[in-house]
Design a protein around this ligand. Structure first.
Ligand SMILES: Nc1ncnc2c1ncn2[C@@H]1O[C@H](COP(=O)(O)OP(=O)(O)OP(=O)(O)O)[C@@H](O)[C@H]1O
Ligand SMILES: [Mg+2]
Length: 255
């Protein structure tokens, strides 16, 4: 059994769209036929519950990583899509994630049969050493200078941690004050994997507790999100192919 492909959703600045993208990417992948676990790793301001209408939970990530409850017990189901969620508890005192918690989470998630585990996080650096726990970090930025400069600092940190990362631009308005894709790619030294438009459907759908991706399939945001889901679908399949090959090569080497 393949371990789930664990993606950390990160940004240096707050409010750039991490939670929105975590939720809608999880749903888009689930609709594509993958099994997805969505984890609210923002231990200061958990907010996935608002997006999915799951605010009333009283058990979540903290109980899971401290061994007080197992995954079956803490996981909530987003009924319209079947996405499984490890929520954060709004009424709980905030806490900073530690490396031990991340290690425990990785252990638990690795034993499941989800294809993807997508983890929303709080903005910026945390005290956890993220090392090899994630398969990849998805960096989110708006196309403005301050946001891009900040996300590149985060990318530099991830490079040091040997964590693979990809960059998505969100809330694109195509205004003159926005940086061009090419300028951003030069600064980032890599390709932008998705450009998500600024789309009123997003705040409207959050207000209704129905993620944009199912609120309106035709909304520009949803169309761009579908492409991002395809990107990850292809990437996870490529990864599993490589792993399959390496299993074969290990077998042959032993002979
Ligand atoms: N593509 C978009 N178009 C329009 N509005 C958006 C878009 N993406 C996010 N928003 C809006 O931006 C706000 C912040 O989004 P979100 O909560 O997802 O950001 P965040 O990075 O998770 O914030 P925080 O750092 O506080 O956790 C929300 O009110 C949401 O409606
Ligand atoms: Mg958030």
């Amino acid at each position: 059994m393949m371990a789930p492909y664990l993606i950390r959703i990160s940004s240096q600045k707050g409010g750039v769209g991490k939670t929105t993208i975590a939720v809608n990417l999880a749903i888009a992948l689930q609709i594509e036929g993958y099994k997805v676990l969505l984890i609210d790793g923002d231990t200061v301001n958990p907010s996935i519950g608002f997006h999915l209408g799951l605010e009333d939970v009283n058990i979540g990530l903290k109980e899971l990583v401290t061994g007080k409850a197992n995954l079956m017990k803490v996981r909530a189901v987003h009924v319209p899509t079947g996405v499984h969620v490890v929520p954060g508890v709004l009424t709980q005192k905030e806490y900073m994630p530690t490396e031990d918690m991340l290690k425990k989470l990785k252990e638990i998630v690795s034993k499941t049969s989800y294809n993807f585990a997508i983890m929303d996080t709080m903005p910026g650096y945390t005290i956890e050493r993220i090392g090899s726990y994630y398969n990849e970090a998805l960096l989110i930025s708006t196309p403005e200078m301050a946001s891009v400069a900040n996300v590149i600092r985060l990318a530099t940190w991830f490079d040091k941690e040997h964590l693979k990362h990809s960059l998505v631009l969100n809330k694109m308005k195509n205004k003159r004050y926005e940086l061009h894709q090419k300028e951003i790619e030069e600064m980032y030294e890599g390709k932008i994997v998705a450009k998500l438009p600024d789309d009123e459907t997003v705040p409207i759908s959050i207000e209704e507790h129905i993620p944009a991706y199912i609120y309106s399939k035709k909304a520009p945001f949803s169309k761009a999100m579908r492409e991002l889901a395809h990107f990850y679908g292809a990437r996870s399949e490529a990864t599993s192919e490589t792993e399959k090959r390496s299993v074969w090569s290990r077998l042959f080497r032993r002979r």
